[in-house]
Design a protein. Structure first.
Length: 647
């Protein structure tokens, strides 16, 4: 690359002024990246006005300075060493390569998050590398990313071109013409001063007793938690989470007795009731936000909203439906442990955390002990997202993926087998299983790159959001599956649980809130139509396991961080981890807990956009204690490997 090597300039200048100039240049590119991040995701920051954006940009300078100082530490050191050979052409070319390489990587992560942010609603952290390492076939997704989002690649290349040109506009010349004691003293002094300033910049400033800035410091510059990503930058978030343990023991309550009285994940069902022995099928639909289901959104479009899921809507009327349900994470890898093992994704996904080897109980392991045959179905290539590894550790007896499907027919070329053929295959395989059985299937088609099979392109055309046509296709595939399964002998003796893995981009402002970013459908449907009802109280993915076990009259103790939704008097709450903060729902209240302190309390019923912070008002002590107890139980049991009763 010519602009990497060309360092000649007609503008020689004092070496220290050149260094300051280059620092300002890279800082300007980081600020420009923040503006692009905001413009591309404008709909997700609808409450950011001009004044608040200026404040965000000002706060962003602190985070950018920290990231730039970390990334360029080697460059600054090589630039400032007090030796005359540093002004040679070869050395200056080496310096430029160091500068361009490290900063091109940092800017690349910033630009990638422009596209990735709508899916996870936070800046990328080091856990993303763990997720990627668990996924087979990443090369296909990378090529697809560059194909679909080519303009991000173009912006990045233009940035590098401009950065290279601006870098070489000035070239450094020695402050002194001769190398003597005076010049060496000044050089060493400059190195010490700049090194000290670099440390202060890395820390985000310095005051006696202060700590280096962390991701949570972005909250000082925003009005809403979800706006913190605007203040941060991606290299900073990766560097700040590198090498850190996800789970550390908490000690909010010194007494185990007090802790367990407030909250305990140990579930001790009352023995004596006859076990049902029914089959259980959990269907996890990729990116199936609650927003897409018309029957769960009768208030949208002045009551005229139809949604995109006609078949799912027909099931809602025949099911026990939880109208106020939420996902526990924003990624597929968050959802699987939450749904099948009642383990929420807090701080990092359990599957890629340092505690992923802990012993756990799940629906698969517990029901296997009761004589169930268990299997996990996923139409992606085996190894995708590490689901096959998790399924084995969770006690599933069988993993059925694209390899077991045994054919390239129906392969979408990116994610896996199209939902329609794989759901048909799913029904056929269950028809050969010994009853009672427990199965889980995770769909793949309602996902980027937002395509449907060629034969359905006319039937499912482009709509307001590209994903919507995929939702219609998956709903059709679900309909075909139930038509086939309903003719099979096991169907009427089967409990179906249908939910989504996480939510996706939204077409309505009502769903662009920190709370409704997690709004998911959740229904329990029995094949004979005997389970019908509606529950408007809070529900979440981690409630599925204890609810299924409660429904089956499972009688042995187990660990679950959720609650039995069919049991009266159970604690109903929702917990998420959003932008370095715990988000906790209890009734109509929303709590934000960050760095061991509550930073926000809102009433989501009266204040759906969370603009009126009730922090400091009287009350709310019981809810705050409950959240702290949940965090302590979760963290301590993770650290101590106590996720199985009696182990």
């Amino acid at each position: 690359m010519k602009f990497f090597n060309n360092i000649r300039s007609k503008h020689p200048a004092n070496e220290y002024l050149v260094l300051i100039y280059r620092f300002i240049v890279i800082m300007c590119f980081y600020s420009a990246g923040r503006i692009l991040f905001f413009l591309f995701n404008r709909s997700l920051f609808s409450h950011v006005d001009f004044n608040s954006f200026i404040r965000i940009m000002g706060g962003g300078l602190m985070f950018d300075t920290s990231a730039v100082m970390y990334l360029n530490a080697l460059y600054f050191l090589l630039f400032l060493i007090p030796f005359s050979f540093k002004f040679t052409l070869t050395y200056q070319r080496i310096l430029k390569w160091v500068f361009m390489v490290v900063n091109s990587i940092g800017l690349a992560f910033n630009y990638i998050d422009i596209i990735y942010y709508p899916y996870i609603l936070k800046r990328t952290t080091v856990s993303a590398f763990g997720i990627a390492s668990n996924d087979a076939g990443n090369y296909r997704l990378i090529f697809r990313f560059f194909y679909d989002f080519w303009y991000i690649l173009v912006i990045w290349l233009i940035t590098l071109f401009l950065l290279g040109k601006l870098y070489s506009y000035f070239t450094p010349r020695p402050l002194f013409k001769t190398l003597d004691y005076k010049s060496l003293a000044v050089s060493w002094f400059a190195l010490i001063v700049f090194s000290s300033l670099s440390v202060i910049g890395m820390r985000g400033g310095y005051m006696p007793g202060s700590h280096p800035i962390n991701m949570i410091n972005a909250s000082e510059y925003v009005n809403l938690t979800q706006e913190m990503s605007l203040v941060q930058n991606t290299p900073f978030c990766i560097l700040r989470t590198w090498g850190k343990n996800a789970f550390e023991e908490s000690h909010y309550f010194k007494s185990e007795e007090e802790l367990n009285q407030i909250y305990s994940p140990v579930r001790s069902p009352k023995p004596g009731e006859c076990a049902r022995g029914e089959n259980v099928v959990i269907i996890i639909l990729e990116s199936f936000s609650r927003e897409f289901v018309g029957s769960l959104n009768t208030n949208l479009n002045n009551g005229h909203y139809k949604g995109y899921t006609p078949f799912f809507d027909s099931l809602v009327s025949k099911s026990y439906v939880f109208t106020n349900a939420f996902a526990n994470g924003r990624k597929s890898i968050d959802a699987i442990p939450a749904i099948t093992a009642s383990i929420p994704s807090l701080v990092v996904p359990y599957v890629v955390s340092e505690r992923a080897t802990n012993r756990i109980n799940s629906l698969a392991s517990l029901l296997s002990e009761e004589g169930y045959q268990t299997a996990f179905f996923h139409g992606a290539p085996n190894g995708s997202m590490g689901f096959n590894t998790y399924a084995k550790s969770a006690g599933f007896q069988l993993y059925v993926g694209k390899d077991e499907y045994g054919s390239e027919d129906g392969y979408d070329g990116v994610w896996g087998i199209w939902d329609e053929p794989f759901f048909q295959f799913f029904a056929d395989r269950m028809n050969k299983m010994k009853e009672p059985f427990f199965t889980t299937i995770f769909s793949v088609s309602s996902h980027h790159p937002f395509r449907v099979p060629e034969k359905y392109e006319a039937q499912f055309p482009e709509e307001n959001i590209p994903l919507q046509k995929c939702i219609r296709y998956t709903d059709m595939a679900l309909n075909a599956f139930f038509k086939k399964a309903s003719a099979m002998s096991w169907y009427k003796n089967t409990l179906f649980v249908i939910t989504s893995d996480h939510c996706s981009t939204s077409d309505f402002k009502e769903y662009r809130t920190a709370v409704n970013y997690y709004a998911a459908p959740l229904i329990f449907f029995r094949g004979d139509g005997s389970l019908v009802g509606k529950d408007d109280a809070l529900a979440q993915q981690i409630d599925i396991m204890p609810s299924v076990l409660g429904y089956l009259n499972y009688s042995k103790p187990y660990i679950a961080f959720g609650n039995d939704l069919f049991r009266s008097g159970s604690q109903r709450f929702v917990i998420n981890y959003l932008e370095d903060s715990y988000q906790f729902l209890s009734g109509d209240l929303v709590f934000y807990f960050t760095s061991d302190r509550f930073t926000g309390i809102y009433n989501r019923s009266n204040d759906p956009y969370l603009l009126n912070n009730l922090l400091g008002h009287a009350g709310f002590e019981s809810e705050q204690k409950l959240l702290k107890a949940i965090i302590q139980q979760f963290n301590n049991r993770m650290v101590q490997d106590q996720l199985v009763v009696g182990k």
